[in-house]
Design a protein around this ligand. Structure first.
Ligand code: ZN
Length: 417
């Protein structure tokens, strides 16, 4: 397949699907699947395409390598929105799979630690009238925007206009995106739950934060830094409980809505307890919306999380190195346990919990992670680490650690018999 070569015109933030539509216009006789194939390499399901499956091929076919496959992912796909809160190893693994055209394992990067579905990642195609106008003035055609696909917004982050649902067609009961550009079909005001919220200062700031996250400026929401931000916020207010009260009241005031309503409207998986869950650091890293609501409140309180480029105002938030955990663990043991937990896509609450002398039931109850999932994870920890942990502080026989060590011992003695 030859390079199309005209798509440096595709502005940052426009979806790759826009290019599919334009290709289809140019080579109509080939049919829609051929256009999808020309852009992405081969035909794939749309959910994986909007995440960027085939980005390696796209960097060649559309951009002739004027941008890297990684830049394709960040600038033109939902990967650019959702990867910002993922642990570096998780984002990197996902990026490499998508670049290679493998979309079969993307759920791992999003999966909650509880046995639940991943949150809904996208909606139908949606448009903003102001974006359409601007695009046509600037480039002669309107393009679909990545951020408009997010199910947790009802308005254009750039213009604040309510979004319009459009661009889906149904043949034989299968709904698919029609090969058209924004504004070319009849549309209707989006019926998403986010539309239940009033257009408040809090909501406007939240929309703006989605843009900042997508552009990569909001570096404070990445798991490593976010952990320190949450620690510093708890420190600032005296305790996680006090911080929770302050953040909740700031959010409810600026959004002019109650927390349960906000959580429901934005489809936040942890529900109305999301502020507490974030402060207790037990939120799956790939859930962006709840984190952005909290960022908005922190900005309003003058406690802004770090940005790549400096905020226009001075943040009073003082980030300290990671607080020690475990009563007697050496720094090496702490670092290794933390690394393995984050590497396996679990939140910080798990490594802090694992450093306490607890049985697995108490642990599961405290950090709200299913005990079966904890047990399964614990089985992957190296013998040497568990042995070191068992020597460095005292453990009850009923603790998760002693249970796991004895499970290994009996498995070992069975295997040598
Ligand atoms: Zn707009």
């Amino acid at each position: 397949m030859t390079t199309i070569g005209f798509m440096p015109l595709l502005r940052k933030g426009s979806t790759l699907f826009t290019a599919v539509v334009i290709h289809h216009r140019m080579f109509q006789s080939l049919g829609g699947p051929a256009s999808v194939g020309a852009i992405y390499g081969r035909h794939k399901k749309h959910i994986s395409n909007v995440l960027g499956a085939g980005a390696g091929e796209v960097a060649r076919s559309l951009f002739n390598y004027s941008i890297s496959p990684h830049q394709v992912l960040e600038q033109h796909t939902l990967f650019g929105a959702y990867s910002r809160t993922m642990a570096p190893h998780v984002a990197e693994t996902l990026a490499n799979q998508l670049i290679a055209g493998d979309s079969s394992r993307f759920r791992w990067a999003f999966r909650g630690h509880r046995r639940r579905q991943i949150p809904r990642l996208t909606t139908c195609l949606r448009s903003c009238e102001k974006c359409i106008e601007e695009d046509i003035d600037l480039q002669g055609f309107a393009s679909w925007r990545v951020l408009h696909l997010l199910p947790s917004i009802g308005h254009c982050p750039e213009h604040g206009k309510p979004l319009r649902d459009e661009g889906e067609e149904s043949t034989d009961g299968i709904r698919r995106w029609s090969l058209q550009l924004p504004g070319e079909r009849t549309s209707s005001l989006t019926t998403l739950k986010a539309m239940n919220l009033s257009v408040s200062d809090g909501y406007a700031a939240y929309l703006q934060l989605w843009s900042e996250a997508f552009e990569g400026n909001l570096t404070g929401i990445a798991p490593g830094t976010w952990m320190l931000v949450m620690d510093a916020v708890a420190q600032h207010f005296g305790s996680a409980g006090r911080a929770c009260e302050q953040l909740t009241s700031t959010i409810e005031k600026t959004w002019d809505a109650k927390l349960p309503n906000i959580a429901r409207s934005l489809r936040i998986t942890d529900g109305e307890l999301f502020v507490q869950a974030e402060l207790e650091q037990r939120v799956q890293a790939s859930y962006v919306a709840s984190r952005l609501v909290i960022c908005g409140a922190l900005d309003a309180l003058g406690l802004s999380p770090p940005r790549l480029q400096n905020s226009p105002w001075q943040s009073q938030l003082e980030l300290l190195p990671m607080a020690p955990f475990g009563s007697w663990f050496t720094p090496q043991t702490q670092a290794e346990l933390a690394r393995l937990v984050v590497h396996a896509n679990f939140p910080p609450a798990l490594f802090r919990g694992l450093s306490d002398d607890l049985d697995v039931y108490t642990l599961a109850d405290r950090i709200k992670i299913d005990r079966i999932i904890i047990k399964r994870f614990v089985r992957t920890l190296p013998d040497e680490l568990l042995y070191k942990m068992s020597k460095e502080q005292s453990w009850d026989r009923s603790s998760w650690l002693m249970k796991e060590l004895s499970r290994r011992e009996s498995a070992w003695s069975r295997s040598v018999q």
